[in-house]
Write a new protein. Structure first.
Ligand code: TK8
Length: 349
């Protein structure tokens, strides 16, 4: 009798739990635990990213999966989908809001379409190096921006590293701003990126990451800009000839979880998922940097022609994009822009 009452209670609690976290959501299933004769609710986190399974972004996601499944003893299962299998960044963010997936790790540039303040990280030449980027993103300013995601039904659990973005193209070597003239460059879907490349003299086209390789292959665009890791691991050397170390933007990714799903987790599960996201982010950043120098050498071995951007040429680019930064400061939020620039200055002391 006692056992039956226990089973009834645990089933009742389970039923309340299911209703609390959205009931029949596809992300929650119940399995019978033979050892306890009680129904143990397992939850599934469908995680989609844009990069392929060779990239540190995916290796970081596998680390997240390993930690969460181990620490929750299988109560939370993580399904991983790479190479845009669940869609491009914008589609996957909407998937979190609609409940068709639970995790994605998009560029802040695309998040800016949902939370305008995130465009602050698209300000060209904002971060001088990775150490300053780490200090700002991991500090009060970066964490404060994550809090703004809640209004979009999203939870931000730290920043991962996409890295410094560099230009490639199939037309000519680019050594100065003059060399950008007329190049059809794919940019992320972000107005600031678009106008910054216009200011440099290029002819930019916003495009989802998932369409980029084909666009370069069909010469719909002449070039693109991404970190060396992406250029190499996505095999852009097969469709691009020239690469320059423009290092024009340090691009973060943000680890996003669906807020309705996150709110349905137990406090202990929320802590495990949060800690796993930050730990996997640190793991991914370290892996990205360890291999960083090799990627450019690999690109040259694959036949790409590398052009060094001199400090003078880079300064000319900085000067050309200043009016764009001014124009977007109010759209991003003057307070946010000033706070980020102050944090950058503080991190360099
Ligand atoms: C991958 C994108 C990519 C980004 C881009 O999902 O779109 O060029 O740099 O990393 O987020």
């Amino acid at each position: 009798m006692k056992k039956k009452l226990g089973l009834m209670l645990s089933t009742a609690v389970l039923a309340i739990g299911l209703v609390a976290c959205g009931g029949g959501s596809q992300s929650s299933t119940t399995e019978t635990d033979p050892s306890l004769d009680a129904k143990v609710e397992t939850k599934t986190m469908r995680a989609g990213i844009g990069l392929n399974d060779q990239h540190p972004q995916y290796k970081g996601l596998l680390k997240f999966k390993e930690i969460v499944e181990e620490k929750t003893e299988g109560a939370i299962k993580v399904e991983t989908y790479h190479s845009g299998q669940l869609g491009d960044d914008r589609t996957m963010i909407e998937g979190l809001q609609l409940g068709s997936q639970e995790i994605t790790i998009p560029s802040t540039a695309v998040i800016a379409n949902f939370v305008p303040e995130f465009a602050v990280f698209d300000i060209p030449f904002l971060f001088p190096n990775e150490e300053v980027a780490d200090a700002v993103l991991g500090g009060e300013v970066g964490e404060g921006l994550l809090d703004k995601l809640a209004a979009q039904n999203l939870v931000g659990l730290g920043y991962w590293e996409n890295g410094f973005r560099d230009l490639t193209n199939s037309v000519r070597p680019v050594a100065t701003a003059e060399d950008f003239r007329g190049l059809k460059i794919r940019t992320m879907e972000n107005q600031l990126h678009l106008e910054a490349f216009r200011a440099l003299g290029a002819n930019p086209t916003p495009m989802a990451f998932t369409e980029l390789f084909a666009a370069m292959q069909q010469k719909t665009v002449d070039g693109q800009e991404n970190p060396y890791s992406t250029i190499y691991l996505q095999k852009y050397f097969e469709v691009q000839e020239y690469v320059s170390n423009t290092h024009h933007i340090y691009s973060p990714w943000t680890f996003l979880v669906s807020k309705p799903f996150f709110d349905g987790l137990t406090p202990e599960q929320q802590e495990i998922v949060t800690e796993a996201a930050y730990a996997a982010g640190a793991y991914q950043r370290e892996m990205n940097r360890e291999a960083g120098a090799e990627y450019l050498a690999n690109l040259q071995e694959e036949g790409m022609i590398f052009t060094e951007i001199t400090p003078e040429a880079r300064q000319e680019m900085v000067d050309l994009v200043q009016p764009v930064i001014e124009k977007f400061t109010d759209q991003i939020g003057r307070e946010t822009v000033e706070a980020v620039f102050d944090a950058v200055a503080e991190a360099q002391k």
